[in-house]
Design a protein around this ligand. Structure first.
Ligand code: SF4
Length: 307
């Protein structure tokens, strides 16, 4: 008997649903090809499903055709990129930035207007952070840090007021710790402000924490470049799972790891479509005579973003 513990919520969040919906609507309205700057969301299957329908993903504006619609991805882009696209004369520019990322953009612009020193917590190379810092392109008093050790290298005066924002897909517990340390060094850190980790990241991490109490092996469906999926793998390991795998689909499933196990935890990152979970479940049902599925529900989500 194999007990499967299925995390809920899992998979698509409202920001991803909105961004993919924007691309699909655009295809209906304008026909192919449609250009998207960067992957619309970080998932290999979502990207290749859309490519098959005529979407072209580009890493540079110069690779897109200005006579065709161009969409900015869910991660958001810098002001400079928007301005360059406008100057190049793109006829139709569509912004699929998640509203929760756009909120962080407004916050960092506000800090800059108030002339605060600004700390951005996240991965400097991630498109979301590039877009967030890019909201204030000429502002000098801003630094990106990723881990507690980076706090020591911040050049700001200890008594200066500091504003901070975070990437939306970080580890909830690690970020809490980092903000506490930051507060120790900078007592005037904006006290009322919380991290910007979104509801979807928070709920998916909590559900995986619950899974890891039940099973030694946890599998996360998601792509390797998906920050929130990667965090789910880390959370599983930090919460008691002895093995946690991040796989794109059932073809990467580590069957050997199940040989001595009677349970398996499954979740999916915020950019992974549900059909990948269902395909894996079908494969497990084909291989095991006896399977019992347990839903591990930690929250019900009813947030939708219009597009
Ligand atoms: S993970 Fe959060 S911030 Fe990112 S697209 Fe989804 S809802 Fe928006």
């Amino acid at each position: 008997m194999l007990n499967i513990y299925l995390a809920s919520p899992r998979g698509f969040c409202s920001g991803v649903r909105r961004a993919v919906g924007i691309v699909e609507d655009c295809l209906k309205d304008y026909g192919a090809p449609i250009y998207v700057l960067h992957e619309i969301v970080h998932n290999r299957h979502v990207v290749s499903d859309l490519e098959r329908q005529g979407v072209v993903f580009v890493e540079s504006l110069d690779d897109a055709d200005i006579t065709r619609p161009l969409i900015f991805s869910a991660h958001g882009v810098s002001e400079t990129v928007v301005k360059k696209a406008q100057d190049m004369g793109f006829k139709t520019l569509i912004d699929a930035t998640c509203p929760l990322v756009a909120k962080v953009h407004r916050q960092i612009r506000k800090y800059a207007q108030e002339k605060l020193n600004i700390v951005v917590i996240g991965k400097s190379e991630h498109p979301e952070i590039i877009g967030t810092v890019g909201q204030i392109p000429n502002y000098k008093q801003v630094r990106v840090i990723k881990k507690i050790e980076d706090i020591a290298s911040l050049p700001f005066d200890k008594e200066s007021p500091i504003g901070f924002v975070t990437q939306t897909t970080l580890s909830v517990s690690d970020t809490k710790e980092l903000i506490c340390e930051l507060q120790q060094k900078y007592p005037k850190l904006s006290a009322l402000k919380k991290d910007d980790i979104c509801y979807a990241t928070t709920n998916r991490q909590a559900a995986v924490r619950a899974l890891a109490q039940e099973c030694r092996v946890v599998v996360i469906l998601g792509s390797k470049n998906s920050s929130n999926s990667k965090q789910l793998q880390n959370v599983a390991l930090q919460s008691g799972a002895s093995k946690a795998f991040l796989i794109d689909d059932k073809s990467e499933f580590p069957w050997d790891c199940l040989q001595a196990e009677d349970s398996l935890g499954i979740s999916a990152g915020a950019s992974a479509p549900e059909y990948l979970v269902q395909e894996l479940l079908t494969e497990l049902q084909n291989r095991y005579e006896n399977i019992k599925v347990h839903d591990v529900i930690i929250a019900t989500e009813n947030i939708t973003f219009k597009h």
